[in-house]
Design a protein around this ligand. Structure first.
Ligand code: NDP
Length: 444
């Protein structure tokens, strides 16, 4: 049996209750097979793959908090410190009821390769809780964040582990978490990114993942003789990534006609009005029915359906496994020419395979959504030199990082005879960097 198959079999056995983690490992190991086969003896001797798929450590803790009526609730908190071969652990915190160890392991594993692709010195980690911020008051969210940080602060540090936001964790939550860290330690340190602009945050961090997705897409389209001008686009999600992806797509001349949340989705034939969407989601924290109320020409539909709309390019920006084989078939049947992931692993393995075999351009989230973590690393650099860069400077660095990622994954795919397979290109490029660092640092 090949080394890749052996390790995959063992991962499936050891992590049977964590399907998302198995899915992420399968995608990566399958696509680096050619590199592993070429270096099998060296990698086997160092048990490189076995070490790569096992997190450095997982910290689990109790998070008690009190609601506005005085009732006490207990949530579970986690930090998965996956791999620090090339820099301090870095990756977001997710607050969502679906969070359990398997979700955070898959996200931490993906983060290792994503962070390597940015060319910046950051390792991979992820954390979060099964806390659901929906419908909670600001005071409840604050008490939860304070309780979460009261445990987490022991395990993070500017040169150790630097969390950021993810689903359910935006500027408000990062502010509360940071306040509690300072309160406990008295230290004003760069232990979180995505901070507010008045206390060490970076300009463009809020926009970075969505903007970065579009910069990466622009470059991939260019390599394939296409562009965004007048393209009709379908976007899912209505959170941080989706909002700024829509904004940048429109700046590049595209028309985005959809967005969605966990209740339903919008089809706006005139193009999504980003100002209205921001008001609904960032200010009012309301449902998309509120968008429809402000835009009578738009349609609101309950449940799933974004991928049934006719579009040139699709951008899944909500959550994992939101685009399945049926969705992929609908996109292909409707003439879609490319799927570019904004969320982490939003496309199932079967759907990815179908899209690639149908000749669509396809970029994996670990490459195309790396703009967020890249700009987080730029925030760390600014904090270290106690300076703030202008929006133009951060944006231009983000752009060149994203163009670089697109070119790197294209080149890696081509080098191994898989031209246009950006999943393989991204995984190989990320893996080669981390593997080299791990081998150089001995067995640990
Ligand atoms: P937000 O919490 O800001 O927004 C998430 C959006 O997706 C919301 O519209 C939410 O709907 C919807 N959503 C979440 N879970 C589900 C679900 N189970 N079913 C249907 N819809 C769902 O998160 P982000 O925009 O930050 O993150 C979106 C994706 O991008 C995630 O995969 C995240 O890991 C990834 N990502 C984020 C980065 C960042 O910088 N923020 C960086 C890189 C990747 P509702 O409002 O109803 O909950």
């Amino acid at each position: 049996m090949s080394y890749v198959d052996e390790v995959l079999e063992s991962v499936k056995k050891k992590n049977a209750a964590e399907p998302e983690f198995i899915q992420a490992v399968t995608e990566v190991l399958e696509s680096i097979r050619v590199v592993v086969d070429e270096n099998e003896e060296k990698y086997r001797k160092a048990a490189l793959l076995e070490r790569l798929v096992e997190p450095d450590r997982i910290i689990t803790f109790r998070v008690p908090w009190t609601d506005d009526n005085g009732n006490v609730h207990v949530q579970r908190g986690y930090r998965v410190q996956f791999n620090n071969a090339i820099g301090p652990y870095k990756g977001g915190l997710r607050f969502h009821p679906s969070v359990y160890q398997g979700i955070l392991k898959f996200l931490g594993f993906e983060q290792v390769f994503k962070n390597a692709l940015t060319t910046l010195p950051i390792g991979g980690g992820k954390g979060g809780s099964d806390f659901d911020p929906h419908g909670k008051s600001d005071a409840e969210v604050m008490r939860f964040c304070q309780s979460f940080m009261t445990e987490l602060y022991k395990y993070i540090g500017a040169d150790v582990d630097v969390p950021a936001g993810d689903i359910g964790v935006g500027g408000r939550e990062i502010g509360y978490l940071y306040g509690q860290y300072k309160r406990i330690t008295t230290a004003y340190e760069s232990i979180l990114t995505g901070k507010g602009l008045t206390f060490g945050g970076s300009l463009i961090r809020t926009q970075a993942t969505g903007y970065g997705l579009m910069y990466c897409t622009e470059e991939i389209l260019k390599l394939n003789g296409k562009n965004m001008k007048d393209a009709v686009c379908a976007v899912s999600g209505a959170g941080n990534v989706a909002i700024y992806a829509i904004e940048k797509a429109q700046q590049l001349g595209a028309k985005v006609v959809t967005c969605s949340d966990s209740s339903g989705w919008i089809y706006d034939p005139d193009g999504i009005d980003v100002a209205v969407l921001k008001d609904v989601k960032e200010v009012k924290r309301a449902r998309l029915t509120e968008y429809k109320a402000q835009r009578p020409n738009a349609e609101y539909h309950e449940g799933k359906g974004v991928w049934s709309v006719k579009c040139d390019y699709a951008f899944p920006c909500a959550t994992q496994n939101e685009l399945n084989l049926d969705d992929a078939k609908a996109l292909v049947a409707n003439g879609c020419q490319g799927v570019f992931e904004g969320a982490n692993m939003p496309t199932t393995l079967e759907a990815t395979k179908y899209l690639q075999e149908s000749g669509l351009l396809f970029t994996p989230g670990k490459a195309s959504n790396a703009g967020g973590v890249a700009t987080s690393a730029l925030e760390m650099s600014q904090n270290s030199e106690r300076l703030s860069w202008t929006a133009e400077e951060v944006d231009s660095r983000l752009k060149s990082i994203m163009y670089g990622i697109a070119d790197t994954m294209a080149a890696s795919a081509e080098k191994y005879g898989m031209k246009g397979n950006y999943v393989a290109g991204a995984n190989i490029a990320g893996f080669e960097k981390v593997a080299e660092a791990m081998l150089a640092q001995g067995i640990y």
